[in-house]
Design a protein around this ligand. Structure first.
Ligand SMILES: CC(C)(COP(=O)(O)OP(=O)(O)OC[C@H]1O[C@@H](n2cnc3c(N)ncnc32)[C@H](O)[C@@H]1OP(=O)(O)O)[C@@H](O)C(=O)NCCC(=O)NCCS
Length: 176
């Protein structure tokens, strides 16, 4: 298996959509579920490009909808890998919106998605390339990804507290 570390820029994915009538809720704003679907697609493309494999979504961290996105707006979804583990990779997703003329430009949402790469034939999890962080921001997201992973695996009952020393240390630091 090719475990060559790959730069974040190699799989950066940007997707745009215009909000059409079929995408909205009864008050003419984008329906949350439709936004999550697009986020999942864009993030999945990003993860797939990094892994050079088909990927499946295994978790989505909390997504909140703080700013309504009206009919006719154009959203841009930007996705970057943050860190890869053995068979999984975390992707950071940001959603921006503006009107078609570029007015009322704003950042609407962000979320972390985790994908698992699978073999074409068996559909079993397979190893993924490491992520090579280069910028200060990429390093920050890379380092913090370990804490987010430990929290997810603890919540899923896949890790015991004693198997998450970095997360325990982080909590200890916050409280002292
Ligand atoms: C994702 C899936 C292949 C994992 O299968 P599994 O038998 O749990 O496999 P493993 O135990 O080897 O785990 C595979 C990876 O998933 C990660 N994982 C599993 N559950 C997780 C969770 N709740 N949170 C974060 N990561 C998780 C593991 O940590 C492992 O990653 P790593 O190798 O980088 O450490 C399986 O759960 C699946 O097919 N799920 C459905 C995916 C899907 O169809 N998604 C679309 C929406 S329905």
């Amino acid at each position: 298996m090719n475990r060559r570390a790959k730069k974040v820029s190699e799989s950066k994915t940007i997707m745009s959509e215009m909000i059409m009538p079929n995408d909205t809720n009864p008050i003419n704003n984008l329906m949350g579920g439709n936004l999550m679907r697009w986020m999942d697609i864009a993030a999945g493309i990003c993860a797939g490009k990094h892994c050079e494999k088909y990927v499946v979504t295994v978790t989505v961290d909390s997504v909140s909808f703080q700013k309504p996105i009206p009919l006719g707006d154009v959203i841009t979804i930007e996705c970057s890998v943050t860190r890869a583990f053995s068979t999984s990779v975390e992707v950071y997703v940001e959603v921006f919106s503006s009107d078609i003329k570029g007015g009322n430009s704003r950042r609407c949402n962000d979320a972390y998605f985790t994908f698992v790469a699978v073999e074409d034939d068996t559909k079993k999890p397979c190893d993924v390339p490491e992520v090579l962080p280069l910028t200060a921001e990429e390093h920050k997201r890379f380092n913090e990804a370990l804490l987010r992973r430990q929290l997810r695996l603890l919540q899923a009952g896949r890790l015991k507290p004693e198997e998450a020393p970095e997360l325990r240390e982080w909590f200890f630091k916050q409280n002292n």
